[in-house]
Ligand binder design. Structure first.
Ligand code: MLT
Length: 267
């Protein structure tokens, strides 16, 4: 790998290990994956980018789910990573993973989709997403975080996890929050894509997810051929933070059972 990467990215694990690309949710950064990724890094190369406007990657005025997916492909190019990756996405990250599948299918060996959605935004949802964007720009990210934190976690969430998630949300610049909210408003309908998925796919959901409920997981499990659904007890919308050890165990056991690192693009 040479030169400056297009996204701020943390790498854990040796570069020769099979690559796993983790895509974070809204409105947080790669840090949400760290507790789980640190447990996986002995066997996998864990690639943890910050999307534009999150963590340490500067914001861009115009973003969409498609541009985030292309940013990730650009990151793999800049890393000269030619092997197929296991693509792991949570919530907005899962929506981006489905878009990445449509645009960059040959780069994916397997997928892990967590607490996410497949539908296009509803008319009511588009209005609400614009309200969130305006709230971030006019009143700051904390105002948005305060409306999200209770629903993002299981009702009995650990206080330290709650403080950590609040801190990650509040660290996101308002421009990143606004761009992400508008990107979510404009997302495509991924329902038809579900039946086209032909890579091993693991679905992981928190039993107490109040944002993307288990009914969504059940539809995805039914539509994605051969998919496996794992439910994490005691977790809400962010199992890799709320139940990092169990999340890492489930992902690790499943990844060991799949070959996800065959060369692609003639490498
Ligand atoms: C996320 O965690 O990425 C968001 O909750 C996505 C959403 O609100 O749909």
């Amino acid at each position: 790998m040479g030169g400056v990467l297009p996204l701020h990215t943390v790498m854990l694990g040796d570069g020769a290990l099979p690559p796993v690309l983790f895509v974070h949710g809204f409105p947080i950064s790669h840090e949400m994956w760290r507790p789980a990724a640190e447990r996986l890094a002995a066997r996998w190369r864990c690639i943890l980018p910050d999307l534009p406007g999150y963590g340490r990657t500067p914001a861009r005025a115009e973003c969409g789910i498609g541009s985030y997916a292309d940013d990730l492909a650009g990151l793999l190019d800049a890393m000269d990573e030619r092997r197929r990756v296991t693509l792991v996405g949570l919530s907005m990250g899962g929506i981006i993973a489905l878009e990445f599948f449509r645009r960059h299918r040959s780069r994916i060996g397997a997928m892990v989709l967590c607490d996410t959605r497949y539908n296009a935004e509803t008319a009511e949802g588009v209005v609400q997403r614009e309200r969130v964007a305006r709230m971030a720009l006019d009143h700051g990210t904390r105002a948005v975080a305060e409306t999200m934190i209770d629903r993002a976690l299981a009702p009995n969430a650990d206080v330290a996890v709650r403080a950590r998630l609040m801190g990650l949300m509040c660290a996101t610049p308002p421009e990143g929050v606004a761009a992400g909210s508008r990107a979510l408003a404009g997302r495509a309908d991924s329902f038809p894509t579900l039946r086209e998925i032909d890579v091993p796919t693991l679905l992981i959901w928190g039993r107490e997810d109040q944002i993307t409920g288990l009914d969504i997981a059940e539809v995805m499990h039914r539509e994605i051929r051969g998919s496996r659904l794992e439910i994490i007890e005691g977790a809400g919308h962010v199992p890799p933070m709320e139940r990092a050890e169990e999340f890492a165990r489930v992902v690790g056991e499943w990844m060991r059972s799949h070959e996800a690192n065959a060369p692609c693009r003639g490498a």
